[in-house]
Structure formats: structure tokens, C-alpha cells
Design a protein around this ligand. Structure first.
Ligand SMILES: [Zn+2]
Ligand SMILES: [Zn+2]
Length: 398
């Protein structure tokens, strides 16, 4: 399989360490842990950072989060490089030799690779120290739904590591190995969740006139909610609303007292989000009341959109281009409607979240969150080279 040609002054050292970093990655893959339960993973991360001679190692931020601080040989600002450590609650279907040993848990998003690559970069930074400033390597828990990045921020991440800027990287199947995508502005959607309970009057299915049909009202509400992205969101904006849950009675012949629907709202713009919430509330109340029922609405803000800052995105694209060549860096593409909790860090400090391609011909290039996904180890030198390139660029000692 072809491997991308990389231009990095650390190339020889990265090549020396490639097998070791790959072994870490496969060990993490074999022992996946889900959000806020990453005790084994975090323990290995903290132990390795100490072995590397990292100056400060802080554990227990957001339960299992770990931060290492590496000081360069000269003074300068601090930057934060972030990786996520958690796996997903799903069963692995692939048959790799390092397949998950934990039933129902799987590294299906490549966070095993993210953790291993940032550890590799930390090892080289702690060896060389030829930069002006400090690097905080941030290993966060619970990216997949638990909002571990937000919890780290709330628990004082940036008080302990006063980063001038923060940087994230995600492996991205669907893009070739060696390609990067640095999008200015929104790159990943904001996500909210809602549950709506329609309360009415249960009855015998053969005596509908004696009850208030909550399933019928909820069915009208499901249909009406689709008018929000179609009729209320501007054609120039984007929002996706999915009603994915619908619970009524457990019996063919019993009309239930209540019916419950639930789903998600995905968006990039805060005003669109606020409008969607207001419309969903209004439709739920109006439709329920029209059927003689009542709506109880639980609407919850979850992840904010991941919005890349302009100057830092320019820097990220330049660093990637220096590593893999200008023709391998996309600066325009469609943002993704999935969420990402690096957004909480980008809301506090300027920075960039970049996609790194991983596809190779002849390889299983399954998308993240698929049961036969496996992080592509051939991407390890690319990711490590990117992190080191960022430090060289932002904390140049020369
Ligand atoms: Zn994921
Ligand atoms: Zn992920």
C-alpha cells in the first residue's frame, strides 16, 4: 500500500517510534473503555508521560482526563494539543488480531489512534525540547456523548494549563491517507436532544371515544416537527431534526395514557437552534392541546457546534501543507452534521479542529462508528508529524 511522503524534520525519529506507537494503539484498541470509565487507558497515558520526562502530569480532571505539560528550552506561550480516549458501546465485528476483548465496547471512532499519536508526539517533544514555550497535551474522556471536553473546561482545564490556543485532530475515513481538511468556521454540528410526553386519557381500543388518543397526537407532532427544517429554517441555513424514538402502549388493545417521542436537533447557528427549539415547543403544545391532551417538553442543550477560528485554521492548513504538500490540503468542504465536544474548548480558546484522511486502496476503509471500523496505523506518522509541525510553527525557538 502506498504511504504518503512526509516532510518533517522529525521524520527519522517518528519512523524509529512507529512500531512502538502502533503497539500502544493496538493495546488501547484491545482494551476499549467508554466515557468516564477510561481508568486503564488514562493510567497508561499518565504513566507514559511520566516515563517520557514530561514536566507536569495532572490526572483526574473530569474523572479520567489527563494533562501533561512539556516546557521547551526557551520561554514562550503555551499551546494545547488534544486527543480523546473513549470507546463506543458497540460490538466489534472485524477480525483484527487486536480485536476488542471487552464485549459490547469498541474503539470505533479511532480515539485509540488519537491517544497513541498524541503520546508519540509528547515523547518526541519531551526528548527534543527545542521550542520556545510550553505544550499541554490534553487527553480527554467521554467525547462520545458524555461531553468530557466540556467537563474538563468546567473543572478548570485552562486554569491549570493556560493555553493561548487549542488544537484538535480527527481521523477521517472517506478521505485518502495523507490528505487533511482544514475548514474555517463550522466543521461539526451542534446537537440538542428532546423528549416530549403527550399526556391524555387511556382507554380500550374498541372504545376510543372515551379517551384522549395520545398516539394520534404524537403522530401528528412527528409529522409537524419536519416542517421546522423545511418551512422555518432559512434555505441558506442548515438544521436537521430527527424524531428517532416513539413509545406508546405495550398492548394491541390498550390506548395508552401517554405517548413519548424523542430525537435530536443538529445545527450550526445559535439563532437557528433557538428558533428550532421555540418551534418544537410551540408545535408540541399546540398539537397536544388541539387533541385535548397535554405536552410535557424536555429540551436539552448538548454539544455546541464546533467552529474553527479563522487565523488558527489558516495556520493549521499551512502546517499540514508543509507536511504533506499543498495539493493534499482541502480548505473547503461540507461540514459534518455529527457533533464533537472539542467545541467546548474552542468556545474558550481560539484554535482549529482538523480532519486527517485515512483511506488506502486495498484496505478496509469502514467509516467511524461502523462495527468493522479499525483505525489505520499507517496514519500514525502523519498525525504525529502534524502535531510536531504545529509546535515548530507556533513555538519556534529559532
Ligand atoms: Zn465518534
Ligand atoms: Zn471521534
Amino acid at each position: 500500500m502506498t504511504e504518503p511522503a512526509l516532510k518533517s524534520r522529525h521524520h527519522n525519529r517518528i519512523t524509529d517510534l512507529q512500531d512502538e506507537i502502533t503497539a500502544w494503539r493496538r493495546d488501547f484498541h484491545e482494551h476499549p473503555e467508554i466515557g468516564f470509565e477510561e481508568t486503564r487507558t488514562a493510567g497508561i497515558v499518565a504513566q507514559k508521560l511520566k516515563e517520557f520526562g514530561v514536566d507536569e502530569v495532572v490526572t483526574g480532571i473530569a474523572k479520567t482526563g489527563v494533562v501533561g505539560i512539556i516546557h521547551g528550552e526557551k520561554d514562550g506561550p503555551m499551546i494545547g494539543l488534544r486527543a480523546d480516549m473513549d470507546a463506543l458501546p458497540m460490538q466489534e465485528h472485524g477480525d483484527v488480531a487486536w480485536k476488542s476483548l471487552n464485549p459490547g465496547k469498541m474503539h470505533a471512532c479511532g480515539h485509540d489512534g488519537h491517544t497513541a499519536m498524541l503520546l508519540g508526539a509528547a515523547k518526541i517533544l519531551a526528548e527534543t525540547r527545542d521550542f520556545a514555550g510550553s505544550v499541554a497535551v490534553i487527553f480527554q474522556p467521554a467525547e462520545e456523548g458524555g461531553g468530557g471536553g466540556g467537563v474538563m473546561v468546567r473543572e478548570g482545564l485552562f486554569d491549570r494549563a493556560d493555553c493561548q490556543s487549542v488544537w484538535g485532530l480527527h481521523n477521517w475515513p472517506g478521505m485518502p491517507l495523507g490528505q487533511f481538511c482544514a475548514l474555517e468556521g463550522p466543521i461539526m454540528a451542534g446537537i440538542d436532544y428532546f423528549d416530549i410526553t403527550i399526556k391524555g386519557q387511556g382507554t380500550h381500543a374498541g372504545l376510543p371515544h372515551l379517551g384522549v388518543d395520545t398516539v394520534l397526537a404524537a403522530a401528528h407532532l412527528v409529522t409537524a416537527i419536519q416542517s421546522v427544517p423545511g418551512r422555518n429554517v432559512s434555505p441558506h441555513e442548515t438544521a436537521t431534526i430527527g424524531v428517532s424514538m416513539f413509545k406508546g402502549s405495550d398492548a394491541y388493545v390498550v390506548m395508552p395514557d401517554e405517548a413519548v417521542i424523542g430525537g435530536s436537533v443538529r445545527y450550526f447557528d445559535a439563532a437557528t437552534r433557538d428558533m428550532a427549539e421555540a418551534r418544537i415547543r410551540s408545535l408540541a403544545e399546540g398539537i397536544a392541546s388541539g387533541f385535548g391532551a397535554e405536552a410535557i417538553i424536555d429540551y436539552r442543550k448538548n454539544y455546541p457546534p464546533t467552529v474553527n477560528h479563522a487565523a488558527e485554521t489558516g495556520t493549521a492548513a499551512e502546517v499540514a501543507a508543509a507536511l504533506v504538500g499543498e495539493d493534499m490540503v482541502l480548505r473547503e468542504s461540507e461540514p459534518c452534521m455529527a457533533g464533537e465536544d472539542f467545541s467546548f474548548m474552542l468556545n474558550e480558546r481560539p484554535g482549529n479542529y482538523i480532519w486527517m484522511g485515512t483511506d488506502q486502496p486495498g484496505r478496509n476503509n469502514a467509516m467511524v462508528h461502523y462495527p468493522d471500523y479499525d483505525f489505520n496505523d499507517a496514519a500514525i506518522p502523519v498525525g504525529v508529524g502534524y502535531w510536531l509541525g504545529l509546535v515548530d510553527r507556533l513555538l519556534s525557538a529559532r
